[in-house]
Design a protein around this ligand. Structure first.
Ligand code: ATP
Ligand code: MG
Length: 409
């Protein structure tokens, strides 16, 4: 069976390059309340492994005897934690005590006026009271704590995150065994933190997921292949590793397609690895670049389209010319895109793509869109500092599922 998992949120056969973060987190749990890792924020571009890191953090917590609440920052987050997760955990660890605490009243008759009266005077168990009860019970039992993970942290979930943050902060002050790990795109997290969301999140330990080093990529590809009963030649492994660019999602894609190139062969050779890389490059666009581009603004995308003209690193001067803007204007977008980690500086006045295959994807997309390859790029005689509407009309836009109308961004 093919061991690789190029699917968002699915833990890889071998998670590489993250041991340090996980070891720190384990120490944070062992170290007691006050350890900085007990409030952690994981950031990274799409496909760098945020969700699978949350899985891994949850596994560490489980190994340390902690209970886990695994959530996503969608509407009604607090509701779900308060009315689903916490009651479930409470009844799991102490059914008897939970009943008396949570139900609070035995309702005479169970229906009608009696019930209404009782219900009105029975405080509905809230987030904080239940978290306190749960941590008290755990302390009585002699250990463990509660880890809450929240994926896809975003400004839209701000109110819930603020409330959760305040509650966890109280728990910290009371030296309860509680930990929090959130994950989100760097831009979404920065956006969230720029608001008065809570000092709690702002002070959280930031863990930024980057590309993985070649030795680690080699292990992530070779070990699962060998464990699944096949082998890969050193040359083929080198080809495969180079083809991933260290990008976690690509590790799984290249692994999967190198394996598939000839699944009857006992050993994967260079030719199969090469075909695997080609196939992975074709797939990564639909799977990752489409959503990565959708996260960006129109001007960001036109900047990238202007870069895609070059076969290697692009000169800033050329980009400005192609966009028809002055150097200062282009420089601002350069900084934005570097901060978003879509591009990186390469020596004097040069920038290059960070995501492997994005250049090809942009070229293909430009070629296949109804604007055609030339029209997909903004005209050269474009005035400096154009208004938003102008930007919108001139853009290639993200991959087009809209029948050529472009996305309404
Ligand atoms: N450290 C790693 N080693 C090997 N494979 C990895 C690693 N991290 C992630 N992957 C693989 O990369 C893919 C993407 O991971 P994941 O879904 O966690 O990304 P993400 O950052 O949450 O993306 P998104 O922002 O779109 O939610 C998965 O197939 C996963 O198995
Ligand atoms: Mg994810």
């Amino acid at each position: 069976m093919n061991p690789f998992t190029p699917t968002f949120g699915t833990s890889p056969p071998l998670l590489v390059g993250r041991d340090g973060d996980l070891a720190d987190f384990r120490e944070g749990l062992q170290g007691g309340p006050g350890s900085p890792e007990r409030a952690t924020l994981v950031t990274g571009l799409r496909g760098t492994g945020k969700t699978v890191m949350l899985n891994a953090y949850e596994d560490v917590a489980g190994e340390e005897g902690w209970l886990v609440i695994s959530e996503t920052a969608t509407p009604n987050l607090i509701d779900r934690i308060t009315h689903e997760h916490l009651p479930r955990l409470l009844s799991e660890i102490d059914p008897r005590q939970t009943e008396s605490h949570l139900t609070g009243v035995s309702l005479p008759g169970g229906f009608g006026a009696d019930r209404e009266v009782s219900a009105r005077h029975t405080p509905r168990p809230g987030l904080r009271s239940q978290l306190n009860l749960l941590t008290d019970l755990l302390a009585e039992r002699g250990g463990g704590g509660v880890l809450i993970t929240v994926d896809e942290v975003h400004r839209k979930g701000m109110n819930d995150l603020r409330e959760l943050g305040t509650t966890i902060q109280h728990a910290f002050r009371e030296r309860r065994n509680v930990a929090f790990v959130g994950a989100g795109l760097p831009s979404a997290v920065d956006d969230l933190l720029s608001d008065e969301v809570s000092t709690f999140l702002r002070r959280a330990d930031r863990r930024h997921l980057r590309t993985v080093r070649p030795e680690e990529v080699a292990a992530a590809i070779a070990v699962p292949i060998r464990e699944a009963g096949r082998d890969i030649t050193p040359d083929a492994l080198q080809t495969a590793v180079a083809g991933t660019g260290g990008y976690p999602f690509m590790i799984q894609l290249v692994g999967l397609h190198a394996w598939r190139a000839d699944s009857a062969a006992a050993t994967i050779d260079v030719d199969q690895a090469r075909r695997g890389v080609d196939q992975a490059r074709r797939k990564v666009g639909q799977l990752v670049h489409a959503s990565a581009l959708a996260d960006l603004s129109d001007v960001d995308r036109s900047f990238l389209a202007a870069m895609a003209h070059d076969d290697g690193p692009s000169r800033m001067a050329d980009i400005a010319t192609r966009l028809g803007v002055d150097a200062t204007y282009a420089g601002q977008y350069r900084l934005r895109l570097i901060a978003a980690e879509v591009i990186e500086p390469r020596g004097h006045g040069l920038v290059d793509f960070t995501l492997p295959g994005l250049r090809d994807y942009l070229r293909e997309h430009a070629a296949s869109s109804h604007w055609g390859p030339e029209a997909a790029l903004p005209p050269v005689e474009r005035p400096a500092l154009p208004g938003v509407d102008q930007e919108r009309r001139q853009l290639p836009g993200p991959p087009d599922n809209t029948g050529g109308r472009g996305l309404p961004r």
